[in-house]
Design a protein around this ligand. Structure first.
Ligand code: GLN
Ligand code: ZN
Length: 771
C-alpha cells in the first residue's frame, strides 16, 4: 500500500522562508541567496518525507509566495500592467513575480498588486488570476521542470509533480472585462497542460497530481462539463502517465458521480471532512473500474493525533472493495495548513507534555500516514499491535483528562435556554432607553477599537514578555498610552471613545491567553499569505473564564472621562474561527462555550459601569461552509452564539458588533438576527455601494458604514466623508447612522490617524447641519 502526501509546508520549520523573502525585499540578501534559501527548504522537506517513509513525494508544492500565482506565471497569464516588467531585460523573473504579488513602485512604474483572497475555507490566501476575453496562455516558467529534476536528485527516486488543475485554476480567477466566462478559456489553456505533461513525461514522471478542490463546490452544468472535457483531453493524450486528481475540504455533493467517473488513475478523497463519501463511492460500480482511491484519513487542517483504528476501518473497507493495489493512504489535504514540526516545541511554557502527546504537526502526520499504510499491510504484526495500543492509550487519556473536562461548562451549554439568546426588550424599546442614557448627537462618531500599535508599544510588550520589564512597569506604560488616547479622543470631539487596545497583542490570542481550555505553541506557524504566518491558539478543552479579562482596563479608561467608553471584546465565532479547534466535539458546542465566557465578561463590564460594549465578529462570514446546503445549520449556531454572548445585559446597555467586510447579500437576514444595537461595517472602498444589502432588507437597527479606508495610509478629506455620509443618509434612516472608520487602526501610524479622525469628526458635524 502506498503512503502518499499531497503537499508539505513551505515556510520552513523555523520560518526560514519568511525571513529570507523579507530580507530579499529589504535588499539585504541577493537573488541567489533567496534561491538558495528556497532550495534548502525544499531539500529538507523532501528528505523529511522520504525518511518518514512516504513513497509518493510531491514536488512543485514549494512556492516563494503562492502556488496559484506560480501557476499564473507557468501558463503565462500575466496581467497587462506587468508587461513592462515582464519584457524588461534587466528584471529577473522573481521580481516580476513579487511585483504581481505585492505591487511595484520603482523606476517610474506604479503597478497595483493582484488581488488576494482566501483559499476555500482556510486562512491561506492566494493571488487571484486575472483573465481577459482575449487571454492567451503559453508555457512560460521552467520552475516546475527544474524542481522535478532537483527532487529527483535529492530523493534518488521519481517525485510526483503537483499541478493546479485546469478547471480549478480558471475558477479561482476573475474576468477583468465583460462578455465572457473564464471557463470559455479552457480550450486555450489545455494545450499548455499538454505541453507541460509532455515535458514531465520526457523527464520520467510517473504520477502527476492535479489539484481540483473546486470539485467540492456547488457546480453548474458549465463547470461539470469543463471537468469532463479537461480530463478526457488529458487522458487521450497521455494514456501512460498516472493522473491523480486531488480534491479536498468537503464532500463532492452533486459532483460525486462526475468525480468518480473522471478518466484518471486515482482520485483523492478528504475522508476527514467527509467520511461518508467512501461508502457512497463503494456502493457504485466504481468498484468494477480501475481507478484507485487516495484516502485522506489524516487531518491536514488540524493538529490532533489520528485515531488510527478509525482510519484503519476506512482503509480496510476500501481494500475489501477495491483490493490493495487500488488504495493509497494520505493526509486529507496538503499539509500546508498545519504547523511544521511538533519536535520544535521544546519549551513547556508553551505546550505541556500532556497536551503535546495529543498533537501531530506536519512531520508527525507523515509518520501517521506511514503507520497506517504499514498496519493495514500487516495488521497482526507485533509492531502494528504496539502502535495501535499506544495510540488507543493516548486517545483514552485525552478523553478522560481533567484538563479537558469541566462538567459545569458542559452543563451550561446543555441547559441553554431560549431566554439566554434574547435581550429583554425589542430593539425599538432598547434604542429609546439607550438614546436617553447616552445623549448622543445624530451621526455619532466612534472608532472600531484599536489605535496604532507603535514600535514603542510592541517593544514594551516584548520586554515585559522577556522579563526585562516588571508587570508594574509594563502596566504603567499601558496606562499612560490609554490616558493619552482618551484625552486625545476627547480633544478632537469623538462621541463614543475606546481605550485603544494597547494591552493586546492580537484580538484572539489576548482572550485565548486569559481563558482556560486554550494552549499556545511556541513555533506552530502556518502560512497565511506570502511571508505572513499566523500561530493559531489551540482550543483543547472546555472553555472557561477564570476571571474578568478586560474589565480593569475598561474601567480605568472610563474613569478618565464622562463620555461613554466602549468595552471591547472578540466574539465567539471569531475566536473559534481563528483557532485550531478540538475535534472531539462539534464546533458548535465549542463556540457556545466561548459564547458563555464572553457573556459573563459582557455582564461584568456592564456591572463596572460600561454603557457601550462591542463584540467583534469579523470572521462570521468566512466561517460559512463551502457548500450552500450547509450554510443554514452553521448560521443558525453562529448567530445563536453571538446572541448568547450579547444577551446578558439590560436594555439600556448598547451592544455593538463589527465586521470588516461588506458582502452581506447572502447573509443579511442572519446579520439582522444577531440583533446588535449597532453594527459597524466596511464600506468606504465601495463608495457605500455595499450598503445595498442593508437598504434592500430594511435593516432595522443602527449601523455605522465605514467612511475611512484604514488599509491605506492615505488621509481621507472631510468632503469625501461628507459625501459618503450623504449617500448613506439617502438610503437609511438618519437616526440609525453612525460615523466610523472601516476597521481598527492598529496597523496605521499616528500622524495619518490623527488627521483622518479629525476630518471624520468634522464630516459628522457637517452632516448634522445638513439634516
Ligand atoms: N476591535 C478590533 C480592532 O480595532 C477589531 C479588529 C478587526 O475587526 N479585525 O483592532
Ligand atoms: Zn475590522
Amino acid at each position: 500500500m502506498v503512503a502518499h502526501n499531497l503537499g508539505y509546508p513551505r515556510i520552513g520549520s523555523h520560518r526560514e522562508l519568511k525571513k529570507a523573502s523579507e530580507q530579499y525585499w529589504a535588499g539585504k540578501i541577493s537573488h541567489d541567496q533567496l534561491l538558495e534559501a528556497g532550495q534548502r527548504i525544499r531539500r529538507d522537506n523532501w528528505l523529511t518525507q522520504q525518511q518518514a517513509g512516504i513513497a509518493l513525494i510531491p514536488c512543485n508544492d514549494f512556492s516563494f509566495y503562492d502556488q496559484t500565482l506560480d501557476w499564473s506565471l507557468t501558463v503565462n497569464a500575466i496581467p497587462e500592467r506587468f508587461q513592462p516588467l515582464a519584457e524588461k531585460p534587466s528584471a529577473n523573473e522573481l521580481d516580476l513575480y513579487f511585483a504581481m504579488a505585492r505591487g511595484y513602485q520603482k523606476d517610474g512604474l506604479d503597478l497595483i498588486a493582484m488581488e488576494m483572497t482566501k483559499w476555500f475555507d482556510t486562512n491561506y490566501h492566494y493571488i487571484v488570476p486575472e483573465f481577459t476575453q482575449n487571454q492567451t496562455f503559453s508555457l512560460r516558467s521552467e520552475k516546475l521542470f527544474a524542481q522535478f529534476e532537483e527532487a529527483k536528485t535529492v530523493l534518488g527516486a521519481v517525485p510526483k509533480p503537483v499541478l493546479l488543475g485546469p478547471v480549478t485554476y480558471l475558477l479561482l480567477g476573475k474576468e477583468k472585462e465583460d462578455g465572457f466566462h473564464r471557463l470559455d478559456l479552457l480550450d486555450r489553456l489545455l494545450p499548455v497542460y499538454e505541453q507541460i505533461l509532455n515535458r514531465l513525461q520526457e523527464q520520467g514522471a510517473e504520477w502527476i497530481q492535479l489539484d481540483e478542490p473546486s470539485l467540492v463546490l456547488n457546480s453548474d452544468e458549465r463547470e461539470k462539463l469543463a471537468y469532463a472535457t479537461a480530463y478526457r483531453f488529458l487522458r487521450e493524450r497521455f494514456p501512460k502517465l498516472k493522473l491523480l486528481v486531488a480534491s479536498y475540504f468537503e464532500c463532492f455533493g452533486e459532483n460525486l458521480t462526475l468525480a468518480t467517473q473522471l478518466p484518471v488513475d486515482a482520485l483523492h478523497l478528504d475522508l476527514v471532512r467527509c467520511p461518508s463519501q467512501l461508502d457512497d463511492i463503494l456502493n457504485t460500480d466504481f468498484v468494477n473500474g480501475s481507478t484507485a482511491l487516495s484516502l485522506g484519513v489524516v487531518d491536514g487542517r488540524n493538529i490532533w493525533i489520528n485515531d488510527l483504528s478509525r482510519s484503519l476501518d476506512l482503509i480496510r473497507k476500501a481494500i475489501d472493495a477495491l483490493g490493495r493495489d487500488r488504495v493509497l493512504v494520505a493526509p486529507s489535504c496538503s499539509l500546508l495548513h498545519t504547523p511544521c514540526d511538533l519536535d520544535s516545541e521544546t519549551d513547556a511554557s508553551g505546550l505541556t507534555p500532556e497536551i503535546k502527546q495529543w498533537l501531530a504537526f506536519a512531520k508527525q502526520k507523515l509518520a501517521e500516514v506511514v503507520k497506517l499504510a504499514t498496519i493495514s499491510t500487516d495488521p497482526n504484526s507485533e509492531q502494528a499491535q504496539t502502535w495501535l495500543r499506544a495510540n488507543e492509550a493516548v486517545l483514552t487519556a485525552r478523553r478522560q483528562s481533567t484538563r479537558i473536562n469541566r462538567p459545569a461548562v458542559q452543563q451550561r451549554v446543555n441547559q441553554l435556554t431560549d431566554a439566554d439568546t434574547h435581550r429583554q426588550g425589542a430593539f425599538g424599546q432598547r434604542q429609546a432607553l439607550q438614546h436617553q442614557r447616552l445623549h448622543l448627537p445624530l451621526f455619532p462618531t466612534t472608532t472600531i477599537g484599536s489605535f496604532p500599535q507603535t514600535e514603542d508599544v510592541r517593544v514594551n510588550r516584548a520586554k515585559f514578555k522577556k522579563g526585562e520589564k516588571t508587570l508594574e512597569q509594563y502596566e504603567d506604560f499601558i496606562r499612560t498610552e490609554t490616558e493619552k488616547a482618551i484625552r486625545w479622543q476627547e480633544e478632537i470631539g469623538l462621541d463614543v471613545l475606546v481605550h485603544g487596545e494597547f494591552e493586546r497583542n492580537d484580538m484572539v490570542e489576548y482572550f485565548g491567553e486569559l481563558l482556560d481550555g486554550f494552549a499556545f505553541s511556541q513555533n506552530g506557524w502556518v502560512q497565511s499569505y506570502g511571508s505572513r504566518c499566523v500561530k493559531p491558539p489551540i482550543i483543547y478543552g472546555d472553555v472557561y473564564r477564570p476571571e474578568a479579562m478586560t474589565v480593569r482596563w475598561a474601567e480605568y479608561a472610563q474613569s478618565l472621562t464622562d463620555k461613554p467608553v466602549k468595552g471591547m471584546l472578540t466574539g465567539p465565532v471569531t475566536i473559534l474561527q481563528w483557532s485550531f479547534v478540538r475535534d472531539d466535539q462539534p464546533r458548535r458546542d465549542t463556540c457556545m462555550q466561548i459564547a458563555f465566557a464572553i457573556r459573563d465578561e459582557v455582564v461584568d463590564l456592564e456591572r463596572a459601569g460600561i454603557r457601550v460594549i462591542q463584540i467583534d465578529e469579523p470572521a462570521i462570514r468566512e466561517g460559512l461552509p463551502l457548500r450552500r446546503e450547509n450554510w443554514a445549520a452553521y448560521l443558525d449556531w453562529a448567530v445563536k452564539a453571538f446572541r448568547v454572548s450579547a444577551s446578558g445585559v439590560q436594555d439600556e446597555t448598547q451592544i455593538h458588533t463589527h465586521m470588516c467586510y461588506s458582502e452581506f447579500n447572502d447573509i443579511i437576514q442572519q446579520i439582522a438576527d444577531m440583533d446588535a444595537d449597532v453594527i459597524t461595517i466596511e464600506t468606504s472602498r465601495s463608495q457605500m455601494e455595499l450598503l445595498d444589502a442593508f437598504v434592500q432588507f430594511n435593516y432595522p437597527n443602527e449601523i455605522g458604514p465605514g467612511v475611512y479606508d484604514i488599509h491605506s495610509p492615505r488621509v481621507p478629506t472631510k468632503e469625501e466623508m461628507v459625501a459618503l455620509l450623504n449617500k448613506a443618509a439617502d438610503v437609511l434612516p438618519v437616526r440609525n447612522l453612525w460615523v466610523n472608520p472601516d476597521c481598527g487602526l492598529k496597523t496605521r501610524r499616528w500622524p495619518e490617524t490623527e488627521q483622518a479622525l479629525k476630518n471624520m469628526v468634522q464630516a459628522a458635524q457637517t452632516a448634522r447641519h445638513l439634516v
